[in-house]
Each structure stands twice: as structure tokens, then as C-alpha cells.
Design a protein around this ligand. Structure first.
Ligand code: ADP
Ligand code: TRP
Length: 332
């Protein structure tokens, strides 16, 4: 519980954390440090955490059934391997709870077109050549339904998703104004201490830029990515500037402050880039060792067990919310 002063009254607010992950390809260390690690912390802090696979959202970009089916399972197994725990968090597939689509429709009927027309992420996707479907346009309304369904008040997202959570907030406020106090107003949680992880070319790591280091790729894939990190043309034993070096910036993510300072000194003392990359490779493999071992043992049956149980728990909450919502709008 957190205590929050509000209009001179002290309110006790339950921390209900929710986050959706799109099943859209191999996870990379940008996802791990930018999203998974902070969410692992929330999983322990929250009274209730919800982590679901946004498979309905994925339909806006993935239109191959085999690809989607596999990606959906893989992301659950990846999350389990990294420490997401169905005993602590409710983990499920969005599409297993059809109430999301129903709530989305009810919210759509209140959602101003103008708001969605301002969506940065929609414009971004169009500029990347994704065709402008109705689904892509109304994507934020489905996301609002995901959040509002479970009374989530904390929604940890990266900067790119902040506007979507603000839309969810706006539409919840509007719904409550029209129909009474039914929906819980969510907050985006942007962690300023979560840095943007650079990719192998120094730009933001992203699967759309082909500059990733995979979490669960083969050792040789990881080695190839790390050895391929772009560096400047300083000579073997010249002093290197850790602050502008992508190898160092990535390595630092794994280290304590003291360890990072020691490594920075080695760069200043002329650590050759080839050696620096080998050190990073070693740290990388050590850090992810137990997760990678766990991942190898997980099977489709494990994903099914987790998501079946998660769907049951999510369903009973969704049914409760929809009963209130239907009654409020005059559908009961
Ligand atoms: P991608 O850019 O590879 O398509 P997604 O958009 O699917 O990644 O991101 C999923 C989550 O991982 C989001 O919460 C996002 O903020 C986080 N994330 C992705 N790339 C990075 C990065 N380079 N640095 C920090 N966080 C990232
Ligand atoms: N749109 C989010 C992304 O691309 C995924 C998502 C769907 C989500 N529904 C959500 C995130 C609800 C937080 C809350 O990363």
C-alpha cells in the first residue's frame, strides 16, 4: 500500500501494476534492461501485478498465424526464464479474455477522434510503412481497455508508450464523468533511471533497426553481435573514452557503480577494443547463464499451464469489471 495525500485526506492506494508485451520477435537486452528488469522489481513490490501478452495488438502487425502462435508461446517462456513468476503475477494471453474487446468498444464510443489522430506511435508506424488499418488507429483504445479492466493504477512503460497511458487516463476520467465513479485512473510510470540501451551501431537498440544483442540467441549469435559493436578508430593501446564507447555503455548495464569505475579506468589505460568486447561477452554470458539454462528446459506445456491458470484469474476480475461497466452504461 502507498499512502497518498489527496485533498487533505489520506487515501490508501493499492499498487496494482499492469504491463502488456507484444509478441513480436526475439527479445534483446534493450527489452531486458528497459522493461523486464524494472517489471521484475514491480512484481515483488506490487499488491497485484498483471503481465499479459498483447496478442490482439500484435494482429495489427503480424499476419502469419504460425509466427504469431510461436511468438506468443516464446514470450511467455522468455519471461518465465527471466524470473517472472505466476505465483506472484497474473500472466495471460489478452485474447483469452474477450472482455478486453468489449470494453474497448464501449470506450471507443467516448474516445474523441482528435485524440487518436494525435497519437505519435500511430504516425510512427505509418512512417515505417505499416498500412493504416482501423486496428492500428484504435490500438490505444484497446490498450486503455487492457489497463482499465483490472483497475491498474501503475503502468510501467517506456517513453514511446507514455502517450497511450495518458489516453487511458483521459478516457477513464471521461467515462467516470459521464457514468459515475467506476474506473480507476492509471498513472504512467516512466523510470528516468532506465537508460535507453544502445544497439551495436550506437543507435537505440531495436529489432526494427537490426542492431540488437539477443537474450536467448545461440552463443555464436551473441558473440557475433558483441564482436560487431561499432567502435572508433583509436589504435590498439591508445587511451579510450568510455563515455562515448558503445561497448562500455552496454557493459556498464551489468555492473555496480564501483565495477563500472574500475572498467572505465581500464579503457582510459588503453584497453584494446577486441579485449573490451571479450570482457563484455564473458560478463554477458555469466549474467544470463542461469536464465538461459532455465529457458532451455521450458516447453510449450509450461506456457500453457501458466496462461491457462492466468486466464482463469484474469477472467474473474474482468467479469467483475464488465458487470459494473455494463450496468453503468445501461447494458444490464
Ligand atoms: P523494439 O524497439 O525492439 O521493437 P519494443 O518496442 O517491443 O522493442 O519494446 C518492448 C519494451 O522494451 C518497451 O517497454 C520498450 O520501452 C523497451 N525497450 C525496447 N528497446 C529498448 C532500448 N533500446 N532501451 C531501453 N528500453 C527498450
Ligand atoms: N502497446 C504496448 C507496447 O507496444 C503493449 C501493451 C498493450 C501494453 N497493452 C498494454 C503496455 C497495456 C502496457 C499496458 O509495448
Amino acid at each position: 500500500m502507498v499512502r497518498q495525500a489527496h485533498h487533505d485526506k489520506l487515501l490508501f492506494i493499492t499498487m496494482r501494476v499492469l504491463s502488456g508485451m507484444q509478441p513480436s520477435g526475439q527479445l534483446h537486452i534493450g527489452n531486458y534492461f528497459g522493461s523486464m528488469r524494472p517489471n521484475l522489481e514491480w512484481q515483488d513490490k506490487a499488491e497485484q501485478a498483471f503481465y499479459f501478452v498483447a496478442d490482439l495488438h500484435a494482429l495489427t502487425t503480424v499476419q502469419d498465424k504460425d509466427v504469431l502462435r510461436k511468438a506468443r508461446i516464446d514470450i511467455i517462456l522468455d519471461y518465465l526464464a527471466c524470473g517472472f513468476d505466476p505465483a506472484k503475477a497474473i500472466m495471460f494471453y489478452q485474447s483469452h479474455i474477450p472482455e478486453h474487446a468489449e470494453l474497448m468498444w464501449i470506450l471507443s464510443s467516448l474516445m474523441p477522434m482528435g485524440l487518436l489522430e494525435r497519437a505519435v506511435s500511430y504516425k510512427d508506424k505509418l512512417s515505417k510503412g505499416i498500412s493504416p488499418t482501423v486496428g492500428l488507429f484504435t490500438y490505444p483504445v484497446l490498450m486503455a481497455a487492457d489497463i482499465l479492466m483490472y483497475d491498474a493504477n501503475i503502468v510501467p512503460v517506456g517513453k514511446d508508450q507514455k502517450q497511450h497511458v495518458e489516453f487511458a487516463r483521459d478516457i477513464a476520467i471521461k467515462f467516470n464523468n459521464v457514468y459515475g465513479d467506476i474506473l480507476v485512473i492509471p498513472e504512467p510510470q516512466i523510470r528516468e533511471d532506465v537508460a535507453v540501451v544502445p544497439g551495436t551501431n550506437g543507435q537505440k537498440m531495436s529489432k526494427s533497426y537490426g542492431n540488437t544483442i539477443p537474450l536467448f540467441g545461440s552463443e555464436s549469435e551473441i558473440k557475433k553481435a558483441i564482436m560487431g559493436i561499432e567502435t572508433d578508430s583509436k589504435g590498439m593501446n591508445d587511451p579510450k573514452d568510455p563515455d562515448t564507447c558503445t561497448v562500455y555503455k552496454i557493459h556498464k548495464l551489468f555492473l555496480s557503480e564501483d565495477e563500472a569505475t574500475i572498467l572505465a579506468a581500464e579503457y582510459n589505460n588503453g584497453l584494446p577494443y577486441g579485449e573490451a568486447k571479450k570482457k563484455l561477452m564473458q560478463t554477458y554470458m555469466d549474467y544470463f547463464h542461469s536464465m538461459r539454462q532455465k529457458r532451455e528446459k521450458l516447453t510449450e506445456a509450461n506456457a500453457k499451464e501458466v496462461t491457462d491458470a492466468g486466464a482463469k484469474r484474469a477472467k474473474s476480475l474482468a467479469v467483475g469489471t464488465m458487470a459494473k461497466v455494463r450496468a453503468a452504461v445501461g447494458l444490464l
